[in-house]
Structure formats: structure tokens, C-alpha cells
Design a protein around this ligand. Structure first.
Ligand SMILES: Nc1ncnc2c1ncn2[C@@H]1O[C@H](COP(=O)(O)OP(=O)(O)OP(=O)(O)O)[C@@H](O)[C@H]1O
Ligand SMILES: [Mg+2]
Length: 576
């Protein structure tokens, strides 16, 4: 047997083959390496995609804990870390504070895990906004040893949590480091690689976005709560109805005005919520016509009130109406005053005519008495009556002028002079005595009163008004007592009668303008309803107060105080 010519001897052939195998082996290694690289790249990309996909879109009501919980679990899994936790910066404490949810840390551990924002691996990553990787957490001088021991940390990868604010073109306009994201203890005895850090950085961005959106949500919620609290506290009633006719909001004033008993949120059809048909009509009219509407609505229940209802449409940014907002203002008082004003015009006309008729009557009588039928004494009596009636007219007109001055916001002017209250009271009472023979008018001044600084003319008007009321509203006569004493820095005067009295529910009202108690007795007595209004303002202009104690059928006592010395500026008390 012969070997072919080209055949080399077997030893050489073996060596060549061996070399070739080696070559191929090396090539294989190379390919292996490249495949490994590709594999890594692939898994990294896959992980990245997974993270991005698993991050929920920024929703208006993110359940922060749940979302972050999913995120930290995923991070720990992808990076093969035993523990994963993020820390947020608390600017007030100057600390980084661990947050729930975490992986591989008990709630207790999370609670106590915090570091100064300048300390340890956390501080470094936060301060420099750069990743930090430590292969030997125990030996490395940069770690905080208590935390390393507490959490049993072997190695660490930490990246900053950076919150990015973007403009409309999605360009980053602001970056703010809000904390750090940690993974600890690579599984299976490994170390965290650069690749791990790259992944961790991507995931930190996602986490920061979630936290930022949650913060935004919290801020929005606070803003909303504030708005709701404002809406709840305003006096006008507000109701919002969507285009399907469902009531979505009624504020507190609205619930009261519309007589709704349910508390809290309302979400029900208009027809079920609102018992009053006119209110439903008002809203529906706006809805169908897509225009604003208004109506005055008188309700009997829960109380007799008049509401001015107005509606407007709520529109979205495209101008489409999305609902109707109805606003109710209580105009009962305005209507009441209007009613009182017309009643007032009627009484004033009557009040003016009464003295005028008297004056005219007596003057005509005197003029027509060409034969001297009346003697001097009678003539004198006539002149006195004319004189008194003229005074009554002058007083009424000056009262009216004062009311309009107070109404237009002008303060009553007080011309202070020294006044002796005792002689003023005695003088006024004796004038009043001349007007009545049915009543016994008495003055009670147990102790000497000091001179006071006051407006004498106003003080006289106050007393006259109160005494005039006391006799006017005691149609069956009786005693009227004016009692004055000193109490501290004030003179206190009480005018007491035994007349018809003032019902409890009217005892504050009667001091308002045009307010009268409407009974047969008071109608017969006549009056414009401005006496006490002026009295109160004149007293308050002096820095004093007035009140009434009374029982129907058992008389009334009006008590007022006037300071001995006017209070200096800032002492308060002045009004109108
Ligand atoms: N002493 C009193 N006893 C009972 N009712 C009183 C007394 N004083 C006032 N009132 C009630 O208070 C109302 C308001 O009194 P006020 O003096 O302001 O008006 P008026 O007497 O009706 O008219 P005027 O403007 O002429 O004084 C009266 O209409 C009356 O109903
Ligand atoms: Mg009066």
C-alpha cells in the first residue's frame, strides 16, 4: 500500500488539522462573543421597551403607590437585584428619604432609611446628578455604614431621579433632581455592570415622570379643593347641570335655597333633584336655546324668599356647550326694601298732609273771620297749633334728609358741646307733657349727672323720638318714665312705657329704616318708620349703643348709652 503523492506524512497532516481546529475555535469564540454582545443588546432593548410599555400613561388620577410598586418590582427583576428602593429629596430636612413601595426592604426599614442629602452613595448621586456604582459597599469609604449594615448591602447601583419639564415641542426646558433610585445586591454573586446602570437610568426617568405626574395631580387636586371650598362658602347658590340634564354640583347655599336635603355630592337628573318647576324650566330653557336666561323666582318653601336666577352655558375649548351653570341670588331683602319704600312714600304723604291740613284749616278760619268772631285767646291757641304743626313738618323733612344722608353713606356730623343731661331731659319731658294729657311723664335721676360732651340738638331729638314713641304706642295712657344714671364712662338713659310692647322677633328690625310693626294699634298711631333708625344712628355717631326690652302688652324699655367724653379716633363706635 502506497500513500498518494500529494499526501503529506501523517504527523504533518495532524499538525495542520490541529492548527485549523484552533483557528476555527478562535473564530467560534469571536462569534460567540459577538453573539453574546448581540444578545445583551437585544435583552437591553427588550427591557427598555418593557419598561416603557409598562409605565402607564400619565393619567389624571394615578394610583401612585400601585404604579411605583410595579415599577420597582420590574426594575429589581430586570437588573437581578435583591433590593430596589427610591428616595425623594425633602428640601426642608435636607435629607433623602426612602419611599414605599420598595423591593427587598421591610416597611420598618423603609421608614428608617434616610440620609443627609450630601452623604453616602445616595448623596453623591443626588448632588452630582450622576450614577454611582459600588462593588464593595462594606469596604467602600463613601457608604454610610449604618445603612449598609441595616439593609445588609453588598453592592450598589444608584442613579439620580431627574424630573424633566418639557415645552410644547417636547424640548426639555428644565431638569430637576428630585431624588435617587437604588438597586442593591446583584443576585447570584454578581456585580452591577455599566449596562445595568444604563438600564437603571432609563427606568429612573420613567419613575421620575410618574412621580412628577403624581405631584402635578396632587397640586391640581389641592387647587380643585380650594376652588370647591370657595364655591361652597359663597352666598350665591350655584348649580351645575350637564347637557344630559344631570345635576353634577350644587353648592351649600344652592342646597339651602333650593330646599335640597341631601349632603355631599349630587349626581342625578334635574327632574329628580329640583322640586321647583320654574327652576327646572329656567335651566332647560338655557339648554334648548343655548343662550343665557334669567328669571325671578318666588318660593314659599323652606321659607318665603325671592331669588334672582341666572344661567350661563359652560363651553369646551371648541365652543360646544357642555353644561349649564345656574346662579341664584337671594333678592328678598331688596324686594322687601322696595315694598317698604312704596309703603313709606304712602305714609310720608299721609304724615305730611296731616299737619298741612291742620295749618291750612286754622289759617283759612282766621282769614275768613272778618267780623272778629274769635277772641284773642282762641286766636293765640290757633297760632300755637299752626306753630307746632310747622315744627312737626320741619322735623319730618329734616328726618327724611338725614335718612337719605345715612343711606348714601355720609356719616352723621356730631357737633360736640358741653351738655347738662339733667336739664336737657327735664326740658324735653316738659315739652312732651304739653302734647298729652293721657300719660304721666316722669323723670328719675337718682344721682347728680356730670356734664357730657355731646351734640345737644341730636340728644334732644333722640329723647323726643323715644318719648314720642312711648306715648304714641301707649294708646291707653299710663306712665312714661325717663331714668338716667351714670355707668362708668357713660350716661345710661332708659325710656320706659306701659304700652303695647314690641314682639320679640321685631325687636332688632324696628331699628331699621321704614320698619314698623304692622298692627291695628300702630297703623292708627301713624308714623314713617324712620324714628328709631335715626335714633340708633345718632347714638352710634356718639359712640353709644341702644337696645330694647319689651313684651307684647306689657310695655317697652328703650335703653341707650352716651359716652361722657367722645371716644378718640380708633375708639370705634361711630357709625353710618
Ligand atoms: N315704645 C314703643 N312701644 C311699642 N312699639 C314701639 C315703640 N317704639 C317703637 N315701636 C315700634 O317700632 C316701630 C318703629 O318705630 P319708629 O320710631 O322707627 O317709627 P314710627 O314711630 O313708626 O315712625 P316715625 O318715623 O314717625 O317715628 C314703630 O312703628 C312701632 O311699631
Ligand atoms: Mg317713632
Amino acid at each position: 500500500m502506497t500513500l498518494p503523492q500529494d499526501r503529506q506524512p501523517p504527523e504533518q497532516e495532524l499538525a495542520r488539522l490541529k492548527a485549523r481546529v484552533q483557528e476555527l475555535e478562535a473564530e467560534l469564540e469571536q462569534y460567540k462573543g459577538r453573539a453574546g454582545d448581540l444578545d445583551k443588546q437585544l435583552s437591553a432593548e427588550r427591557a427598555e421597551r418593557q419598561v416603557i410599555e409598562s409605565t402607564p400613561p400619565i393619567s389624571p388620577t394615578p394610583d401612585l403607590e400601585q404604579t411605583l410598586g410595579r415599577l420597582v418590582k420590574r426594575i429589581a427583576m430586570i437588573l437581578q437585584a435583591e433590593k430596589c428602593v427610591f428616595m425623594l429629596h425633602d428640601p426642608e430636612a435636607g435629607e433623602l428619604v426612602a419611599q414605599r413601595p420598595a423591593v427587598g426592604l421591610s416597611d420598618e426599614q423603609v421608614k428608617v432609611f434616610r440620609v443627609r442629602a450630601t452623604h453616602g452613595a445616595s448623596g453623591e448621586a443626588f448632588r452630582d446628578a450622576k450614577p454611582v456604582v459600588l462593588d464593595d459597599a462594606v469596604g467602600d469609604p463613601r457608604t454610610v455604614k449604618e445603612n449598609v449594615a441595616l439593609l445588609n448591602i453588598r453592592n450598589i447601583a444608584t442613579v439620580p431621579l431627574v424630573m424633566e419639564t418639557r415645552d410644547e415641542q417636547e424640548r426639555v426646558v428644565e431638569k430637576k433632581t428630585i431624588g435617587v433610585l437604588h438597586v442593591f445586591n446583584k443576585r447570584f454573586g454578581g456585580m452591577f455592570s455599566d449596562e445595568d446602570v444604563r438600564l437603571l437610568t432609563i427606568m429612573a426617568r420613567q419613575a421620575a415622570a410618574v412621580i412628577a405626574s403624581a405631584q402635578l395631580y396632587i397640586e391640581l387636586k389641592q387647587e380643585k379643593d380650594k376652588l370647591e371650598a370657595t364655591l361652597e362658602s359663597i352666598l350665591a347658590g350655584v348649580m351645575v347641570v350637564d347637557m344630559k340634564g344631570k345635576v353634577t354640583l350644587v353648592n351649600q347655599a344652592g342646597r339651602r335655597m333650593l330646599g335640597l336635603t341631601q349632603e355631599g355630592e349630587i349626581s342625578a337628573p334635574l327632574d329628580e333633584v329640583i322640586p321647583d318647576e320654574r327652576i327646572r324650566e329656567l335651566v332647560k330653557r338655557s339648554m334648548t336655546s343655548q343662550k343665557e336666561s334669567a328669571a325671578e323666582i318666588e318660593v314659599k318653601k323652606p321659607a318665603e324668599r325671592v331669588y334672582q336666577g341666572q344661567t350661563t352655558l359652560i363651553r369646551d375649548e371648541t365652543g360646544q356647550p357642555t353644561g349649564v351653570v345656574a346662579i341664584f341670588n337671594d333678592i328678598s331683602e331688596i324686594r322687601n326694601v322696595e315694598r317698604m319704600k312704596s309703603a313709606f312714600v304712602a305714609t310720608v304723604s299721609h304724615e305730611l298732609r296731616t299737619p298741612l291740613t291742620g295749618i291750612k284749616g286754622f289759617i283759612s278760619t282766621l282769614l275768613s273771620d272778618t267780623e272778629g268772631f274769635f277772641d284773642d285767646e282762641s286766636r293765640r291757641e290757633f297760632y300755637t297749633i299752626i306753630d307746632q304743626e310747622c315744627d312737626r313738618l320741619t322735623r319730618l323733612i329734616s328726618d327724611l334728609l338725614n335718612v337719605s344722608a345715612i343711606e348714601s353713606g355720609r356719616a352723621l356730623e356730631v357737633n360736640y358741646t358741653p351738655v347738662d343731661p339733667t336739664s336737657l331731659i327735664e326740658k324735653t319731658v316738659s315739652v312732651q307733657r304739653s302734647y298729652t294729657d293721657k300719660h304721666e311723664l316722669r323723670v328719675e335721676i337718682p344721682e347728680r349727672l356730670p356734664r357730657i360732651m355731646a351734640d345737644e340738638e341730636k340728644l334732644e331729638r333722640i329723647l323726643t323720638n323715644l318719648m314720642n314713641n312711648a306715648t304714641k304706642y301707649s294708646p291707653h295712657g299710663g306712665e312714661v318714665v325717663v331714668r338716667a344714671v351714670r355707668e362708668g364712662d357713660s350716661i345710661v338713659v332708659a325710656v320706659r312705657d306701659q304700652g303695647i310692647g314690641v314682639p320679640k322677633d321685631k325687636q332688632t328690625k324696628i331699628f331699621e329704616r321704614f320698619e314698623r310693626v304692622d298692627t291695628r294699634d300702630t297703623r292708627e298711631a301713624g308714623g314713617a318708620g324712620i324714628g328709631l333708625f335715626l335714633v340708633k344712628h345718632m347714638i352710634e355717631a356718639h359712640g353709644g349703643t341702644i337696645g330694647v326690652e319689651s313684651e307684647v302688652g306689657n310695655g317697652s324699655t328703650f335703653t341707650f348709652s352716651i359716652p361722657v367724653e367722645p371716644k378718640r379716633a380708633g375708639g370705634g363706635g361711630g357709625s353710618a
